[in-house]
Design a protein around this ligand. Structure first.
Ligand SMILES: Nc1ncnc2c1ncn2[C@@H]1O[C@H](COP(=O)(O)OP(=O)(O)O)[C@@H](O)[C@H]1O
Ligand SMILES: [Mg+2]
Length: 339
C-alpha cells in the first residue's frame, strides 16, 4: 500500500542573523543553511495497518507525511502510495488518500460545515448514493449532525477535529494520514476520535498512518510503530516487541513500617546474586520503598519473598515499565539501538 524507499528531505533556507543589523545582513548575504529533516528513511505499510509514527518535536514526522501526500517532493528517494508517486501524480494520489493536520483545518472557515462537505463531494466526484451512505456512517461515528449547519469558525476544537476527520473520509480513501489528530482535545473527544478511527479501519480496511504525542492513542490503536529521531528511523516493529525488548524493568513498590531499615537491607546478599551482574536499586520516599530490577534476571516473587522476610511490609504493588517511559528513553538516547 505505502512504500517509502530511502527518502531524504533537505531544506535550504537563507541564514538568519540575530537582531536588526542581522536582519539587514541576512537580506544581502547569500549564505544558506541546510537542514536534513528526513534522512534516508525506508518502510513499507500493508493495507489495513494502523501505524503510529512517533518522535519528538522536529524529528521529521510532518515532513515525512507531507512527502507521502505529495505536498513536498523528496530530495532523494521515492514514495509510492497505491502504486502512485504522490509528487508526480498529485491528483490521482488525492483520490486515494485523506489527510488531517491537527494543527490547522482543511475546511472553509467561513462556510457552514455542510457547504464544505458539498464542495468536497464535487471535488472528489462522490455520487449522491455514496454521499448519503458515507454521511450516515460519519454521522453515526462522529456525530457531525450536532453542528452540521454551523460555520467552521464557530466550532469548538473537538467539533472541528471531528469535522476535519469526517471531511478527510468523505471520498472513502484507502489511506488516511493523521498528523496529531488528538492534540489539545479533552479525554471524551479523544476517545470518540479513537473509536471512530478504529471503526473506519475495521469496516473499510483503511490504512492509517498516525503521528501523535499521546501514548494512549498508540496503545489503543497501533499494532506497529515507527520511531523517528533527528530524521532517522530508529525503530520499526510491534508495540509488544518494544515492550519486551526495552520494558524489562519491574518495580516493586512497598509501604513499610521502617523506611530506613527497608532502604538499607542487603537485598543482593539475601537473593544471593552478584551486584555486578544484577542491578538492583532501592529508592525510598516517605513511607514507601521502590525496588527496581530486570525481570529477565530476577523473579518478582523472589524479591517480594525476601522483602517480606526481612521488612515489615504493609502494602505491595508491582509496576511494569510504561510505554511512555520506554519511548522517552529512546528519545533521550538512553537506549542504544542495535544493528
Ligand atoms: N519548510 C521548511 N523549511 C526549513 N526547515 C523546515 C521546514 N519544515 C520543517 N523544517 C525543519 O525540519 C525539521 C523536521 O520538521 P517536522 O517534520 O515538522 O517535525 P515534526 O513533525 O516531527 O515535529 C525541523 O527541524 C524543522 O524545523
Ligand atoms: Mg509535526
Amino acid at each position: 500500500m505505502i512504500r517509502v524507499e530511502n527518502v531524504k528531505k533537505e531544506f535550504v533556507s537563507a541564514k538568519k542573523y540575530p537582531g536588526l543589523r542581522g536582519a539587514l545582513k541576512g537580506l544581502v548575504s547569500n549564505e544558506k543553511v541546510r537542514k536534513v529533516a528526513v534522512d534516508d528513511i525506508s518502510f513499507h505499510i500493508k493495507k489495513g495497518e494502523i501505524v503510529g509514527y512517533i518522535g519528538s518535536n522536529g524529528a521529521g514526522k510532518s515532513t515525512t507525511i507531507k512527502m507521502m501526500t505529495g505536498i513536498l517532493t523528496p530530495t532523494e528517494g521515492k514514495c509510492l502510495v497505491n502504486g502512485v508517486d504522490p509528487c508526480q501524480n498529485r491528483k490521482k494520489n488525492a483520490k486515494n488518500i485523506g489527510v488531517v493536520f491537527g494543527q490547522r483545518t482543511q475546511l472553509w472557515w467561513d462556510l457552514p460545515l455542510s457547504e464544505s462537505f458539498t464542495i468536497l463531494k464535487e471535488i472528489y466526484d462522490v455520487s449522491d448514493e455514496e454521499y448519503n451512505e458515507r454521511m450516515e456512517f460519519l454521522n453515526r461515528v462522529l456525530e457531525l449532525n450536532e453542528f452540521f449547519s454551523q460555520p467552521v469558525r464557530n466550532l469548538s476544537l473537538g467539533q472541528r477535529m471531528r469535522a476535519d476527520l469526517g471531511a478527510a473520509l468523505l471520498h472513502n480513501p484507502s489511506v488516511l494520514y493523521l498528523d496529531e489528530p488528538t492534540i489539545g482535545l479533552d479525554i471524551v473527544v479523544k476517545d470518540n476520535i479513537r473509536a471512530a478511527i478504529k471503526e473506519i479501519n475495521e469496516k473499510y480496511h483503511t490504512t492509517v498512518v498516525l503521528t501523535t504525542h499521546d501514548i494512549q492513542d498508540i496503545e489503543e490503536l497501533c499494532s506497529r510503530i515507527l520511531i523517528i529521531d533527528k530524521g532517522k528511523l530508529i525503530y520499526d516493529g510491534s508495540l509488544v516487541d518494544l515492550k519486551d525488548k526495552y520494558g524489562t524493568t519491574r518495580k516493586v513498590i512497598m509501604e513499610v513500617q521502617d523506611v530506613n531499615r527497608a532502604k538499607n537491607i542487603p537485598l543482593d546478599s539475601y537473593l544471593s546474586v552478584d551486584k555486578e551482574d544484577y542491578e538492583i536499586t532501592v529508592d525510598a520516599e516517605n513511607s514507601s520503598v521502590t525496588v527496581s530490577f530486570d525481570k529477565n534476571k530476577l523473579q518478582v516473587s523472589d524479591v517480594i519473598d525476601q522483602m517480606l522476610k526481612h521488612v515489615d511490609v504493609k502494602d505491595i504493588k508491582v509496576k511494569e515499565t510504561e510505554l511512555g517511559e520506554i519511548v522517552m528513553a529512546i528519545y533521550n538516547h538512553d537506549i542504544v539501538q542495535e544493528g
